[in-house]
Ligand binder design. Structure first.
Ligand SMILES: [Zn+2]
Length: 311
């Protein structure tokens, strides 16, 4: 006699490499899913190491559910086994899903994101370099080049202020700041201030001010390419933080800029790379496109402009 529970199995996931949070469809095939979803759900590993809980899992957009095939919109997730919960019992896929990039959202279904806007009246955002970095010529060149390359790769309308600033690390200054920070206890970090406007189903959110700060305790290497022994690559950490500024979250996929650690091993195995990956580009372009095309306009804010529209 066989228990009916043992007849639940996930035996195929396609595609097995995916970008989370951009509306990509994931197909999960197997047996014993039941013909109606009812109280059942799919769940994925999160950055915390835990799986999405039942409430969050049920927010996923379920496009199709049958006894042997399920289609969903892929949420943000860490690579790992896919979990299915049927009639209160949990089962895990044999094969893993590999999530190469994640675009963070403010609402999972329907997908809503934080927006970048035309904040500086020139189409986007102006970043200021603090004197702590400005006075290191190699650091200044690194920031200028990384932002230029990031613009080319993503189309994001970021420009640099022509003069340095002595501004404090304070989002209320409304200065988008790139600075060293003697109090920071990790190599680099991004944080922002945003506004939420309530709409019928969800909030409309946009970024007001952003800060990228770097530890002054790291042995920074400001050059391109391979990292000298014992150093941390400033350009790579900056690239990682810039990816956060355009909506990307972390992944646990080695080789990606958004891998959750940015210095030492294993990141040093791929942080010789100076540009974002193709998967990151897919996620960022989705975010930028969304920021360029919103029509809701609280307080008269305007969408991010396309770089080629700026004269
Ligand atoms: Zn990060």
């Amino acid at each position: 006699m066989t228990s009916s529970n043992s007849e639940i199995e996930i035996n195929n996931i396609s595609p097995n490499e995916i970008v989370g949070g951009v509306g990509k469809v994931l197909t999960i095939e197997g047996i014993g899913f039941n013909n109606i979803q009812g109280d059942s759900y799919i769940s994925f590993k999160q950055e915390s190491g835990e799986y999405m809980d039942e409430i969050e899992s049920k927010k996923i957009k379920y496009i199709f559910w049958s006894n042997n095939s399920i289609k969903i919109e892929m949420p943000c997730a860490y690579s790992g086994e896919v979990k299915i919960c049927v009639n209160g019992l949990e089962f895990f896929s044999e094969k893993k899903i590999y999530v190469k990039a994640n675009l963070g959202y403010t609402n999972l279904n329907p997908l809503q994101y934080c927006h970048l806007i035309n904040q500086n009246g020139k189409g986007g955002y102006t970043w200021s370099i603090h004197t702590s970095l400005w006075n290191i010529p190699e650091a200044r060149i690194a920031i200028e080049e990384v932002i230029q390359e990031f613009r080319e790769d993503t189309g994001v309308n970021f420009i640099l202020e022509e003069n340095p600033t002595d501004a404090e690390i304070d989002l209320n200054n409304n200065i988008n700041l790139i600075t060293l920070d003697p109090t920071l206890n990790c190599p680099g970090h991004f944080f922002n201030k945003y506004w939420d406007f309530p709409m019928d189903l969800y909030n409309f959110r946009y970024t007001q001010t952003m800060i990228i700060h770097f530890s002054d305790k790291e042995q920074w290497y400001f050059g391109k390419g391979k990292i000298p022994e014992g150093k941390s690559k400033f350009r790579y950490v900056l690239l990682h933080e810039l990816c956060h500024s355009v909506g990307l979250g972390h992944v646990n996929e080695e080789g990606q800029t958004m891998f959750h650690t940015v210095t030492m091993l294993p990141s040093n195995n791929w942080s010789y790379r100076d540009r974002i990956t193709e998967e990151e580009k897919i996620a960022i372009l989705h975010f930028i496109n969304n920021s360029q095309n919103f029509t809701f306009s609280p307080n008269g804010i305007l969408p991010l402009k396309k770089i080629d529209e700026i004269v």
